[in-house]
Design a protein around this ligand. Structure first.
Ligand SMILES: [Zn+2]
Length: 349
């Protein structure tokens, strides 16, 4: 399989994140890519490809252009204002703050600006974050181009990940929504129906928000029940889309302790829905933090599940772009990603 990857991700390397009020080691770190690359380099049939630059067009086809400007400029302004090299917001603008007062203005000061676009404390910005996030977008777009040009499948080793980023905010380790940008790119290239299948442990709130009112993009997600799992406010099973998009969103929340068999059963349900939608292209948000050993997971899914999951996706026989999302257990990360990708390739053949 062709694997698109870029060394630019290393420019996003924060020294810590803030979780539950504490400074903790960063989960989403460069060693993740090293582990995946090492495993894929040893897998038969892997061909590494460098991304090509796609400019701003595909990015602003999905995201608010002001978010792009914000992420391109805020670290420099924050550093000038605070002298701090790690930019984490101090406050968050709850909608209730301005209840009955209209949306108000966005602050121009760097500290206020940071708060107004972010939604958590676990997504620090550092000096090279913007360049890394832009490279991840090009990785996803280049993988999509390969499939649009006739490859049955291609994998974009995106870092930072993307699925938590909605149109006009960032958080959950994500800055730009690589999977959503890939899906929109395929539509703009002529695809009439595209599905984003999100198998990350966490709900892909950003992707859902971007396509919630659209009929030509189906969003299907299996994830830890938001009653207990990040991002908490989205991913309930009664969220099914709105307006023309009604019925095009399917959320399948998972119970804690979900086993391999249970997971494969829910995945089969998800894949039936994808087949019924009949997309011309499938984008898989490939998070492998479903693994029971992952520090962010509370499922009981084992390493054995990833190859059959990939095979089931491949058997849909739909041209498939896979983009990397989460997965934080470094000792198993390379093997689980490789097993899933190998399964997809086998299922497609
Ligand atoms: Zn995740």
């Amino acid at each position: 399989m062709k694997v698109v990857r870029s060394g630019e991700h290393r420019r996003h390397d924060p020294p810590y994140e803030v979780q539950f009020g504490h400074q903790v080691p960063v989960n989403e770190r460069p060693e993740r890519v090293d582990a995946i690359e090492r495993a894929l380099a040893a897998a038969p049939g892997t061909i590494f490809v460098e991304p090509t630059s796609h400019g701003d067009g595909p990015l602003v086809a999905v995201h608010d252009p002001d978010l792009v400007v914000h992420l391109a400029t805020v670290w420099r302004d924050w550093f000038a204002a605070t002298g701090e090299r790690v930019a984490i917001p101090e406050t968050f603008p709850s909608a209730s703050l301005r209840d009955g007062m209209g949306a108000g203005r966005r602050p121009t000061d760097a500290v206020g600006r940071l708060s107004s676009w972010a939604f958590d404390t676990s997504t620090p910005l550092v000096e090279g974050t913007y360049e890394a996030a832009r490279a991840a977008v090009d990785v996803a777009l280049t993988a999509t181009d390969l499939v649009l040009a006739g490859e049955r499948c291609a994998y974009g080793l995106c870092r930072p990940p993307g699925h938590h980023a909605p149109k006009a905010a960032y958080g959950g380790f994500c800055f730009f929504n690589n999977a959503a940008i890939a899906a929109q790119h395929a539509l703009d290239a002529g695809a009439r129906r595209v599905t984003v299948l999100d198998v990350d442990y966490h709900h892909g709130n950003g992707t859902q928000q971007i396509f919630y009112g659209r009929s030509e993009v189906q969003f299907v997600s299996l994830h830890g029940d938001p009653d207990r799992a990040y991002p908490y406010f989205t991913g309930f099973d009664d969220e099914t889309g709105t307006g023309p998009g009604r019925g095009a969103t399917l959320n399948l929340p998972l119970a804690a302790g979900c086993t391999d068999d249970e997971y494969l059963g829910v995945l089969a349900q998800a894949l039936d829905a994808v087949a019924a939608f009949g997309p011309e292209l499938l984008v898989v948000s490939l998070g492998v933090d479903t693994h029971g050993l992952d520090p962010l997971s509370d499922l009981a899914v084992t390493a054995d599940a990833f190859a059959p999951c990939g095979r089931a996706v491949g058997r849909l026989a739909i041209p498939t772009v896979l983009v990397q999302e989460g997965g934080y257990h470094l000792p198993s990360l390379g093997a689980t990603v490789t097993a899933f990708l190998t399964g997809v390739a086998a299922g497609l053949s």
